[in-house]
Design a protein around this ligand. Sequence first.
Ligand code: PRX
Length: 656
Amino acid sequence: MAEKDVERTIEALLEERRTFDPPAEFAAQANLNDAAVYTQAEKDADAWWAAEAEHLDWFEPWETVLEWTPPHHKWFIGGKLNAAHNCLDRHLDQNGDRVAYHWIGEPGETRTITYSDLHTEVCRLANVLNDLGVRKGDRVAIYLPMIPELPAAMLACARIGAPHSVVFGGFSAESLRDRINDAECKVLITADGGYRRGQVVPLKQNADEAVAGCPSIDHVLVVKRTNEDVAWTDGRDLDYGELVAAAGADFPAHPMDAEDMLYILYTSGTTGKPKGIVHTTGGYMTGVSSTHRNIFDLKPETDVYWCAADIGWVTGHSYIVYGPLANGATSILYEGAPDFPDKDRWWSIVEEYGVTILYTAPTAIRTFMKWGTDYPGKHDLSSLRLLGTVGEPINPEAWVWYQEFIGGGKTPVVDTWWQTETGAIMITPLPGITKLKPGSGTTPYPGTFADVVDEQGNSVGRGGGGYLVLKRPAPAMFRTIFGDDQRYRDTYFAKYGNETYFPGDGAKLDEDGYFWLLGRVDDVMNVAGHRISTYEVESALVDHKGVAEAAVVGRKDPREGESIVAFVTPKASVDGNDELMRDLREHVARVIGKIARPQSIVFTDDLPKTRSGKIMRRLLRDVAEGRELGDVTTLQNAPILDEIRTKAEGLTGGDE
Ligand code: PRX
């Protein structure tokens, strides 16, 4: 983010002065309502995290809470546990009949899955995977729609100790292939298809295309979701439903070391291929269960909790699967789009199931704002008692709208800052304690140490702006990048040294010490709450036969957070016309996924470059957002900018 943007954002935020104290009634019943928790955790963070870890079931106790050899950290050394056991088995005696998921398919069918149902499914599937030769440490890829088989597949892997790598169902065959190959997965679990906005997403077809280039895959397990005809490779492809039905319902949960890998999840980096973020078992389970219980004030006996993310992203891993199940929560699992069949689908679900806690993203909230208050207004949403948001900075207007029209003007709204890398929420209000300010993530979670620093690493202090850093590891934070520890060091610790984690976000501290998160400072865009690197989209564009060179930037978008603008130089013999534009957008959708499709494309004969040949995206961002250009003195080809500017005037939107 350019300095000028930061200033502008800060100014806008500072105008936002409304505050909201925790409602007295809410505070009285909250899981945490004594601010002493902050001072205690600050004084002895290890003791705080150890107490939080005690909420889990351990097969063997740990000896040491934290072993920190910067930039690496290990938690609960010597402890043994199993994530699936913590999410399922330990609830069975008392609460086996409690609903784990109310599943709602997009076309309208429903399934009620109790903890005991899920346990049986997971054990059977673990037997199937075990019979296929999956052992502790083997990686399993999962490419499924939002159906109950998705959490079941993750937990079956966890039961065996085989790290899973879930790939979001909206990703293309090529993205899936790259991720499978990076982790050298042995088995892929997918479905014939999934439903999205009334259409069938051809997952099996994508999987076939991907697996053709994946030598490590021995078998593809296929869930029949849509029951459409799909191609079948005998010997390799296996029917999930048939095998699971025939498998035994007992499978012991393997005792895992606290530091054994639980999963890999890929996320965008500025350069190179996506990074395989590695999460381990003990620390991760401690972090997600603690934050889920305390930030969402979960009352497992009475709450109906709904995190409306997709499990394919980290939000779903931590706050649909591991956190809520570890805490014995009853969750909603909805397969489809918010506007199918109509724009009130979510609100009809809230009403029908009496949802009490809703966790979603600013991009969704802004979309609902655009659709208008009639849709939520048609439904009784009075069951809601707490709202949450994650994924990008929420503008105060959207925060206030959310509280007013969804939360009935009464619910606390928790704005939670975290990342794929941090595994769990890091900066957040505690709803029974924290005075809320719309637009601010407020303060670090107990046991978490954050600061805002300048370029040299000095604290900017209250009232200052700069870079967000974390000064001490928290247990749920990732351990490394799969297969590339050097990249872990270079990406996150080169800037401020091994003891200081640099997440890549700008931030501002206000006079009360509240954190205001300002978005990414690197070349990673935030599109609808998801990180997409400019690099990946550029690579996809250049991969097209008509393209010589491409630069991609994010342009602030009132609804999506950022929308993607591509500046493309066609090859000499190629015409930069509307047809090529359509073609390129489709091409990117195919190579990466629809989410990465540029909203606008500007054709240009050249791109602004430094004398060393680096594309100056900062200037292109100025062009895309129609503002005055920043410093152009290091540019080798300044005149091209005037040309690009003329072409970019009144950028036309895509055909979403
Ligand atoms: O820029 C921050 C933004 O999302 C990034 C993390 O993206 P990802 O790893 O995909 O995980 C998203 C869900 C956890 C961060 O570096 N971000 C996330 N939450 C917030 C946010 N920015 C401002 N406020 C938030 N609450």
